[in-house]
Structure formats: C-alpha cells, structure tokens
Design a protein around this ligand. Structure first.
Ligand SMILES: [Zn+2]
Length: 469
C-alpha cells in the first residue's frame, strides 16, 4: 500500500495555471529543451505523470486534489547526481583549504562517524535539499569506520524519513596513510571487506524497478584513495550485478600531477585502463579534462556530475561543461558533500553552473535552459534513469517541483526559466515524488525542520564539530 493510500488522499493531483517547462527534449540545443507552456497543466495519477499540456487539464470525474499553480513554474523534480550526506555534520571546516589539505584535515573527523550520525545527517541534508526542489539524490558514501556500525543503513533510513528517491553509492577506500593515501588507516577497508560490503549492499537495498525509490551503485572513492586492484574489481562487481559505477575523477591539478607521477597518464586514461568508462559510469567533477578526454567521455557515454559550488569553494577550477555537452557526454548537476558546499541546495547549482561556466568560457557557454536541463534530464541520464525521470511526460514518474515566482524576488522577470536559474532560488510551493507530496508551502511534509536541526546539533556535538547544543 502506498503512502497516498495509507493517508487516504486522492490518487490524482491536478496542477493548473502554472507555467510548465517539460524538459522533454533529449538534449539541449539551439531550439531549447523541449515543450514549454506559458500557462498549462500537469496531472499526476497513480505515481505517474498522466497528462501535461497547455491550458486547463482535461475534465474527469472522481476524487482529485487540485493545486492552483497561478504565478508558479512547474518543472521536473531536480536530480542531484553527487552528494556525501554524512558531511552535513562537518560543515564549515578547513574553509580556506585546497582539496588535498581539506581532506587531510577532515578524514580524521570522518573516521569518527557512526550509524546514528549518518541517519541524522542524511535526514537533515535530504530535508534541506528537498526544500530546494530535489526529488532524487545520489549519495556517495565511502567512509566505513571499523567501529561505525551500519553507516550505509543509516543513510538509507534517513532518506526514507524525507521521502526522496535515493541512489546509495556504496563507496570504499583501501589506501590509508601507510599505503600512500590521505585517509587514516582506521577509515579504510581491505579490498575483500570493501567488495563484500558492496555486494551485500546491492543485495540488501538495490531495487531495479521502474518506480524504484532506492538503488545502489558501486563507488570506490577516487584514484588517490583506492588501489588499482579495488578500482578494477569494483567495476567487475558492478557489471556482474547490473548496477552503475561512480567515483571522483579529474577534480584538481594536484590529482593530475599525482596521476601522472603514479600511473604515467591523465585521470581519464587511467579510468579507461581500469574499466571505468562507459554508459553505466558517471564521474564526479571532470574539471581538468583535455580535449581528447572530453571526446572519450562523449564517445563512451560516460556521465559527469558537475559540482560548480564545490569546485569554487575548493578553488579546484571550472569543468568544461559546454564542450562536454557538445561531445554528447551526459552532464548532471551535483551539490557534492556539504563540507565543501555549505549551501547544500541543488537549486542553487543551476545559477552557480551558469555563472561559473560563463565566467570561464564566455557568455555563450551555457543558457538558462541548459542549466535546467542538466539539473533534471541530464541528471536522470547520469543515473541511468532517463526512461523514468527528468522530464514531465505522460508515463514517467510523477516527480515535480512547483516553484513560486509570484513574490518580490522574481516579480517582473518575464521568462520563468530565467527567474529560476538567474534569480534567487524561489520558494517551493509544492514538490512531489511519485505523486506523493514531499514539500508543501516550503515545508517538509514528513519531518519538521526544527526536529531535524536539534537532532543534527546533537550529532555534531557527539562528533566534536559545530557548536553542538
Ligand atoms: Zn564528492
């Protein structure tokens, strides 16, 4: 029985009077990103988009919930392709550091996380990002302290509390300091434990169904914290189980230097060498890519999770998003862990991607619609879910964000997509995952922000971060 049935709510919701941007175009091109209706409707029924189009919804008898979307913009729910939810308890640390210095300071802190902390941090982080229009989140969890208990189970139960779709990437690290890596030895696993834990996570949690709310991917952390053997065997394990692959790649020049010194090649060449290019792979960052690397990502259909705020926070550089899109590589947006993006809102990344991309590559680098496409359909493609998510089309899952553009922050901006992507992040009038409400009038439906905040403060106090209380 679904949550809707349990609560006795109508199985059909009709949104009318809103601007509707469907993002039903397969790729952003000169003509836009698909059908748009200045005033249209979206009908959600039995967890799916039943109809979408201009004007009012076709009349129908029977119980239904009606939502007046006047002054609002309806888009697909946003898809966050890269996060580290446990980091919600370690924001505001190493605030002026490079990636490697930041990691060196934070790894010993992260070595103290446990199941209770990941549950509280995941609920807090997902609640916050749900309020920014997210309905699907990929969480990359790679810290498994030996005394931490069921930390991945904590993330999963945190997600269940908020109601978003979760792609739980079971990460791993096997190169502690004694093996030339950055993490303390107490925060890494041996290869067999990492692979066994990953296989167990797939068997325990992965739901491959069309309307899945929980999928698992395989995600060794990065080439500088994971051995070549673990990278290679992780790829084999993922393909054996039919799940996707995710890791960090080509984030900083330090990583390029280390890759050249250790492997004699650039990160994308190394990824190819260990079986990590393909349509079942998406990579976080992809900041430092040669023209040849961009072509290779496009040819192989390897996705990139673009995390502009995190890249700016750590001074890592700017990903070549326009060339990646032109090469037909799937590109989605990511928050990245909030220890390197204290804002934690995917909606903000639309704007950040535009500003960073244009500052680096010129005013034609990205359009407002390119940004929305990446935050929705591009993200769905990275997660291998383009058939189900990322656009408002009949038969797709009813994951929708309804942005309120009627207030002072957006008054007078004629183009609703420009208002969303260039203006301040609008209040979220409503959002739905599979037709079930996640957010109503900028408040979470299932949890209270006050409770999540108090719980997070207690978690931070236990970890020794933040101000506690
Ligand atoms: Zn990351």
């Amino acid at each position: 029985m679904s949550d809707v049935e349990q609560r006795g709510l109508p199985r059909r919701t009709v949104i009318e009077g809103a601007a509707v941007v469907t993002v039903d175009g397969a790729a952003p091109d000169g003509s836009g990103i698909g059908n748009e209706y200045p005033e249209g409707h979206v009908v959600l029924e039995d967890g799916l988009v039943r109809s979408v189009g201009p004007g009012p919804a076709p009349p129908r008898n029977g119980p239904e919930r009606r939502v007046d979307g006047t002054g609002c913009l309806a888009t697909p729910g946003l898809v966050n392709t890269h996060h580290h939810l446990y980091q919600w308890a370690t924001r505001g640390c190493a605030v002026d550091s490079t990636l490697f210095d930041w990691l060196t300071e934070l790894y010993p802190v992260w070595a103290g996380i446990d199941e209770d902390l990941t549950r509280s941090a995941a609920a807090a982080g997902l609640g916050w990002t749900a309020l920014s229009g997210c309905t699907t989140v990929a969480d990359h969890h790679y810290v498994f302290p030996r005394t931490g208990g069921d930390v991945l189970g904590g993330v999963v139960s945190g997600a269940e509390r908020i109601g978003v779709r979760l792609h739980a990437v079971r990460g791993s690290m096997d190169r502690g300091r004694s093996a030339g890596g950055l993490p303390p030895d107490s925060a890494v696993e041996d290869i067999d434990s990492a692979l066994e834990g990953t296989a167990a996570a797939v068997e325990r949690f992965h739901d491959p169904g069309f309307d899945s709310r929980l999928r698992v991917a395989v995600g060794p952390c990065s080439p500088f914290s994971v051995s070549t053997e673990l990278m290679t065997r992780s790829a084999e394990l993922a393909r054996e189980h039919g799940v996707r692959l995710h890791t960090h790649l080509a984030e900083t020049t330090d990583e390029l230097d280390r890759c050249a010194a250790e492997f004699g090649c650039d990160p994308v060449e190394y990824a190819e060498r260990v079986g990590w290019l393909g349509e079942d792979v998406w990579l976080a960052h992809g900041v430092h890519l040669s023209d040849g690397a961009i072509s290779r990502l496009g040819e192989t259909g390897t996705g990139v999770a673009h995390c502009p705020s995190s890249n700016g926070r750590l001074g890592a550089g700017t990903a070549p998003v326009r060339p990646l899109l032109d090469a037909r590589a799937p590109v989605g947006l990511g928050i990245d862990g909030v220890a390197s993006n204290e804002s934690g809102r995917l909606g903000d990344e639309l704007r950040q991607a535009l500003l960073l991309g244009r500052a680096e590559h010129g005013p034609d680098a990205l359009s407002v619609r390119d940004a929305l496409w990446m935050g929705t359909r591009g993200g769905a493609r990275c997660l291998g879910r383009e058939a189900e998510l990322g656009s408002l089309e009949p038969g797709k899952l009813a994951d929708v964000a309804l942005w309120d553009l009627s207030g002072l922050g957006h008054a007078g901006i004629g183009d609703p997509v420009a208002a969303l992507a260039l203006g301040p992040l609008p209040p979220l009038r409503r959002s739905w995952r599979g037709g079930e409400a996640l957010v109503e009038d900028s408040r979470l439906v299932r949890e209270s922000e006050r409770d999540l905040t108090a719980e997070l403060r207690r978690a931070c106090a236990r970890l020794g971060t933040g101000r506690g209380g």
